[in-house]
Ligand binder design. Structure first.
Ligand SMILES: Cc1cc2nc3c(=O)[nH]c(=O)nc-3n(C[C@H](O)[C@H](O)[C@H](O)COP(=O)(O)OP(=O)(O)OC[C@H]3O[C@@H](n4cnc5c(N)ncnc54)[C@H](O)[C@@H]3O)c2cc1C
Ligand code: FES
Length: 398
C-alpha cells in the first residue's frame, strides 16, 4: 500500500530543499525581459549625428543611440511607424510625433532619420531649427503607430496618399521595398500645392526609378507642370493610378486632406478594412469640426488638474486641445499620436463639459461612459477638472 503524503512531510521536504540550496541570488534580469526592453523601451536616448538641409523649410536629422545615457541599440520598427520626440521648451514639456523616414535595416545598423518641415508659428520645429545640431541629445519614445503593411490585414498592393510632411512614412515603406526587406507594391499619390513644396521629391523619384514595385505620382493643386499630375487627389485620380485588383489605401496628411480623400474613397467600393489613416498635426481648429459650439470659440475657461498628487489650476482656451493646454501650463502629460488614436493621453474628466470631434473620437465605449477623454482631441466648453496620469518617462525631456 502506498504511504499517504501528509502536510508535515511536505513541509519537512521543503525545509530540506531550502537548506540544501546555494547562497547565490537568482538572476536580477531575464533574457525575456531584456528582449521586451529592447523592443519596447520606455525611452530612447539618442544623439544627432548629422543634419541635412532640404531647402530653407525642411531638414533631416540623423539620430544614433547614445550609450552614455543608457541607449546602446535602436528599437526595431515597421516602415510607417513614428517616434514621439520629447522636448522641454521654456516651461513647457512637449511631445511631437515624427515618422521614421529611414528603414528598419538602417535602424539595425544604428540610425534613424527624421525629416521635419518647419512650421511657421509652430513651437517644436522653430526650436529644432535653433537648437538641434550635431551632438545635441534627443529623447524619444519607442516606435509606435499603425500605418504599416501587415499581410494579415492589408492587401499586398498599397496606395499611399500623402500631403505635406505626411510623405515620410511612405518614404520608409518605399525604401524598405527597394532594399528587399518588405514584400509589397506601393503606388504613392503625393499632393502638394506647388512643385517647390514637394518634400524628398528627388530622393523618392530615385527609389521609384530603381524598382517597378514603387510608383510615384506627384499631384500639384495650384500649378500645372510637365511630369506632375494636376488637381486634387479625388476618386477619379485614385482610380486612374491605383493598381488593378485588390489594394489597401494608407492616408497620411493634414485633417482637411484626410477628410476630403476619405469622402472620395467612399465612391470606390473598396473592401471593408482596406483604408488606414494617420493625421499629421495638431487639430488646432475645433471650429472646423461639425457640432462645435461656435459661441465658445473665443472663451478661456479654467482647468483644474489633478496630477502627481497635486492640484493645479491653469487657463484653458476653448480653441486649443486640453493636451496643448496642459503643455502650455507646464504639466508633463502623457502623449504619443496627438490625434486621438493611441489613447496614451487618456485622462479622467472629473467635472465640466467638453467637445470631442466625432471623427477623432476613437475611445472605447466604456471610457466614454466613465468619463475618460483623450485630451489631444478634446476641447473645453466650460470650466473643468481633469485627472492626468503621470507618464513613466516624466523626467526624460531634453
Ligand atoms: C503620426 C505623425 C507623424 C508625423 N510625422 C511628421 C514628419 O515626419 N515630419 C514632419 O515635419 N511632421 C510630422 N508630423 C507633424 C509633427 O508632429 C508636428 O505637428 C509638426 O512638426 C509641427 O510642430 P510645431 O510644434 O512646430 O507646430 P504646431 O504643433 O502647429 O505648434 C503650434 C501649436 O502649439 C501650441 N502652443 C503654443 N505655445 C505653446 C506652448 N508654450 N506649449 C505647448 N503648446 C503651445 C499652439 O496652440 C499651436 O496649436 C507628424 C505628426 C503625426 C501625428
Ligand atoms: S496622444 Fe494618442 S490619443 Fe492622445
Amino acid at each position: 500500500m502506498t504511504k499517504m503524503t501528509t502536510l508535515a512531510d511536505l513541509a519537512s521536504a521543503r525545509q530540506a530543499k531550502i537548506a540544501a540550496a546555494g547562497t547565490e541570488l537568482p538572476a536580477a534580469s531575464y533574457p525575456m525581459n531584456e528582449l521586451a526592453q529592447a523592443l519596447h523601451p520606455a525611452s530612447q536616448h539618442l544623439v544627432i549625428e548629422e543634419v541635412i538641409d532640404h531647402g530653407p523649410a525642411a531638414r533631416s536629422f540623423v539620430l544614433a543611440p547614445d550609450p552614455s545615457r543608457g541607449t546602446s541599440q535602436l528599437a526595431p520598427f515597421q516602415p510607417g511607424q513614428y517616434l514621439s520626440v520629447r522636448l522641454r521648451i521654456g516651461a513647457s514639456y512637449l511631445t511631437r510625433p515624427y515618422a521614421i523616414r529611414s528603414t528598419p535595416k538602417e535602424a539595425a545598423a544604428g540610425h534613424y532619420v527624421l525629416t521635419v518641415k518647419l512650421v511657421e508659428n509652430g513651437v517644436a520645429t522653430p526650436y529644432m531649427w535653433d537648437h538641434w545640431q550635431v551632438g545635441t541629445p534627443v529623447t524619444t519614445s519607442a516606435p509606435g503607430g499603425e500605418l504599416f503593411y501587415e499581410p494579415l490585414r492589408d492587401a499586398r498592393q498599397l496606395v499611399a496618399i500623402a500631403g505635406g510632411s505626411g510623405i515620410t512614412p511612405f518614404y520608409s515603406t518605399a525604401a524598405a521595398i527597394l532594399d528587399g526587406s518588405l514584400d509589397a507594391e506601393l503606388t504613392i499619390l503625393y499632393g502638394s500645392r506647388k512643385a517647390d513644396q514637394v518634400l524628398l521629391g528627388e530622393e523618392l523619384a530615385t527609389i521609384a526609378a530603381k524598382t517597378p514595385k514603387v510608383k510615384l505620382v506627384n499631384v500639384l493643386s495650384e500649378e500645372e507642370r510637365p511630369g506632375f499630375a494636376h488637381g486634387l487627389i479625388d476618386a477619379a485620380l485614385i482610380k486612374r493610378f491605383a493598381p488593378a485588383g485588390d489594394y489597401s489605401v494608407f492616408i497620411s496628411g493634414p485633417t482637411a486632406m484626410d477628410r476630403f480623400v476619405t469622402k472620395e474613397l467612399a465612391q470606390l467600393d473598396l473592401r471593408p478594412g482596406r483604408v488606414r489613416h494617420e493625421l499629421t498635426g495638431n487639430t488646432a481648429r475645433p471650429d472646423h469640426f461639425a457640432g462645435y459650439p461656435l459661441a465658445n470659440a473665443d472663451q478661456t475657461f479654467s482647468l483644474t488638474v489633478h496630477t502627481r498628487g497635486q492640484v493645479v489650476t491653469i487657463p484653458a482656451r476653448a480653441s486649443e486641445s486640453l493636451l496643448i493646454t496642459l503643455e502650455r501650463g507646464g504639466i508633463v502629460a502623457p502623449a504619443m499620436c496627438r490625434s486621438g488614436v493611441c489613447s496614451v493621453c487618456r485622462s479622467q474628466l472629473l467635472d465640466g463639459t467638453v467637445f470631442i470631434p466625432k471623427e477623432l473620437d476613437h475611445r472605447r465605449a466604456a471610457d466614454a461612459d466613465f468619463g475618460y477623454v483623450n485630451p489631444c482631441v478634446t476641447y473645453p466648453t466650460s470650466d473643468l477638472t481633469l485627472a492626468v496620469p503621470v507618464p513613466d518617462y516624466a523626467l526624460e525631456f531634453e
